[in-house]
Design a protein around this ligand. Structure first.
Ligand SMILES: [Zn+2]
Ligand SMILES: [Zn+2]
Length: 267
């Protein structure tokens, strides 16, 4: 069976995605997906990272819109309610309270920032330190996210490569350590195909690189494949390639989610 679910869609509410939500869903139907899920960037308090996420007062509207689409497309495709949650140390209670307020199907956890004020991006080229320090610090944060229990899916592992800084052996060890911790906690990880669209990467690869996907398979990490679409035509980016990659390596099951319960379907 082909990949059936794409759980990582953004909306214009985050200010850097385009197209009506219906257009994402219609594209999912066109591609033959069984499930499509929205997971726009979550609100954060005190205007943190406000330029790339919905405002607190828009969260109700966002949830309502996804629920409307669930009804509108019933019988054609299952529309899922998700959110991309920024993991920020010190804000765990705020994040837990935000999650508790709505009937999410899944939470995608991301490490986009190093600092509590959301000023230093994890894949910034201006990171104040060496590339090794950047990779190590990022991977430490991913491990904390995995342990936090706040999310169901770990987003775009190895996104630091978007800074164009490739990991040396120190960075590679750090990523391996993060994968081992993800495996230990049992949380699901996404293969995020937006990397195939990011021209700053020097070779087209998903997040994480396919070599790490292979490692994840060996470690038994539950996987899902997501496009991280910021425009409707990006839905299902490179899914046939990933499908083939997984199939050749004997991966026969991927994860799906419903009301934060994880299930599998056959690939
Ligand atoms: Zn985004
Ligand atoms: Zn995203």
């Amino acid at each position: 069976m082909p990949i059936q679910c794409d759980y990582h869609m953004h909306t214009p509410l985050c200010k850097h995605a385009a197209g009506p939500m219906e257009a994402y869903v219609e594209r999912g139907i066109e591609l033959g997906l069984k499930e499509i899920g929205f997971s726009d960037h979550n609100p954060l308090p005190d205007g943190r990272g406000a330029n790339v996420r919905m405002a607190e007062e828009e969260l109700d509207y966002y949830v309502n819109r996804v629920q409307e689409l669930q009804l509108q497309y019933r019988g054609k495709i299952d529309v899922k309610l998700g959110i991309e949650l920024d993991f920020i140390e010190g804000l765990e209670d705020y994040l837990a309270a935000q999650i508790a307020r709505y009937p999410w199907d899944y939470i995608i956890g991301s490490c986009h920032y190093f600092d509590n004020a959301c000023q230093i991006g994890t894949w910034t080229r201006q990171f104040p330190g060496t590339p090794d320090q950047q990779w190590v610090r990022y991977c430490e944060q991913v491990k904390k996210l995995a342990r936090s229990g706040l999310c169901d899916i770990i987003a775009h592992l190895d996104v630091v490569k978007r800074s164009t800084k490739q990991p040396t052996s120190v960075g590679l060890d750090a990523i391996t350590g993060a994968l081992e911790e993800i495996a230990r906690t049992g949380v699901c990880m996404e293969i995020n195909t937006s990397g195939y669209r990011h021209s700053e990467l020097n070779s087209p690869q998903p997040y994480p690189n396919l070599a790490f996907v292979e490692m994840a398979l060996k470690l038994g990490i539950p996987l899902t494949v997501n496009s991280d679409s910021h425009a409707p035509q990006q839905v299902g980016t490179m899914f046939p390639t990933i499908e083939n990659f997984l199939h050749v390596r004997g991966c026969r099951q991927l994860c799906r989610f419903d009301q934060r319960q994880r299930m599998t379907y056959d690939l």
